[in-house]
Design a protein. Sequence first.
Length: 258
Amino acid sequence: MFSHLRLLTDLSERAHAALPIARALALACDADLCLTYASRSPEDRAEAARVLAPIVEGLREDGVHARLELVEGDVDDAVARSTGAGSLLIVGHTGAGGLEGLVLGSNTRRVIRQARCPVLVAGRQAFVGLRALCCALELHGPGPVNLAAALARAVEANLRFVHVYSPETERSADELLTALEGHVGELLEPGAGGGQRVRFEVGVAESAVAGVVEASRGVDLLIVGHNTASAIVRFAWGSSAESIAEHADCPVLLVPEP
């Protein structure tokens, strides 16, 4: 699953708000956590070292394999350092400075599109733990089913698979629910689904983004496959994954798909 976590920080309050979920995932996955600050200014990097060094030390005292990395460059240079299997990039919901306009602006979309690994966008709601996870799926093609199951098992959370369909869909809700269960069963690797409570749910919405965001209410993490050519994008709309991350109150894990 995840072995290398990188939290991009600009020292803003929103960036610091991503620390609790980063800490929880690092402990649950026994992964290392790198706090990364990028700037071309030596003075800014020195200030970041002063602010972040105590945070890194506190994480280490909590049992996290934490370290600090100061990148001479910009956000793109920091993103380029998160590659390979087991990597996860974590960003705040909004930020300032180098990450100004996260989610609502162009920088988060740039991070999501350039990252070669999953990206977790921290939510606006206060983090209280990872007890309930939700994974939004289409009924064909790849999906982050195994990652969602493995993560739910690692954090001992309940897991709900959700499919949102258009009112124009000819199949009934019962037929779609059966199709969702079958699709997950086809994708799920042997033994991957054990150890947690799994539920299936379908819902109708004029907008898939609105339907997925509504389904995410009350959950601690929403998991969404990200592919600009996927059916979920054609269903609505363009950059659906970014729109979901923008409007959901909970953290959103965006998983690249082939």
